[in-house]
Design a protein around this ligand. Sequence first.
Ligand SMILES: NC(=O)c1ccc[n+]([C@@H]2O[C@H](COP(=O)([O-])OP(=O)(O)OC[C@H]3O[C@@H](n4cnc5c(N)ncnc54)[C@H](OP(=O)(O)O)[C@@H]3O)[C@@H](O)[C@H]2O)c1
Length: 282
Amino acid sequence: MTTSFACGRVPLIATALLALSLAAVLPLPARAQTVLITGANSGIGLEFAKQYAAKGWTVIATHRRAEPPRSLTELAARYRNVRIERLDVTRLDQARALALKLANVPIDVLINNAGVYNDRSRCRPDDEECPGDWSVESFGKLKFSLLDTIMAVNIKGPLIVSEAFYDNVKASTQKKIIAISSSNGTLTGEKSPRPGAIFYRMSKAALNREMQIVAASTRRDDVTVVMLNPGPTLTEHQEYLKGYPGMLTTPFTVRHMIETIGRVTIRDTGRFLRYDGATEPW
Ligand SMILES: NC(=O)c1ccc[n+]([C@@H]2O[C@H](COP(=O)([O-])OP(=O)(O)OC[C@H]3O[C@@H](n4cnc5c(N)ncnc54)[C@H](OP(=O)(O)O)[C@@H]3O)[C@@H](O)[C@H]2O)c1
């Protein structure tokens, strides 16, 4: 009895020892990479969420609406790796509350995408193809309440979000903070600056400058900060520019930006790059 018991255990013990020694030498299964995207319910942000989800990343898709937008609930129904969270980027309290909820969740890529470029106050919230009004950003017709909104979302928002989730980024493998900027922020790239879009253009110039300084501050932690220009992208809100030469499709520009994000390293920190990785003058 004793003998047969002992004989039966030998292979068991040997298997357990083999499993233990294999576990010691084999790498652990790779953790899924995680991306947090602001303004993920439409346009470029939504396309980032779709493409990262399809690649198997854990996607924290954030929006500012009172209720989760349909574009995101549909995406989350399709991909179990999509998590929807509320985050108005101008709200420090919301950013800190979400950071607390996500404590110990490493964020490999933090994409500051949310942005406002013109006045959508006359658009119905569900009218994605409403173009918005640019006229109130022309000298002589300036609507200063829009300036406050654009500064809060495009300049203050990325600082709030980058600071709130900095520990999550530092704890990750890739350690990347991305800011979606625009060639509209250029100071040197235009021979003769055209008038118009004052608020938006100054906001992206300020975004580039602030992110350049954030990059200088985060280099010591090996955190890469890069500003990306998606190029003229035919999002839902830009459908009215369909016939305009040089417009890019949203899947195209986002696919290239994801490739560029994958390639950048700490050596690129503080740089302003086009969607395909080329240097953008500003
Ligand atoms: N499309 C282009 O050609 C182009 C070119 C260069 C740069 N960009 C930049 O790319 C980014 C995305 O633009 P897009 O063209 O995709 O525009 P979009 O479709 O209008 O998307 C903007 C997103 O930002 C969100 N947002 C606005 N205010 C917010 C706030 N306070 N908190 C959180 N989210 C907020 C919007 O949410 P709601 O739906 O709730 O408003 C929306 O999800 C922007 O930074 C833009 O400046 C775009």
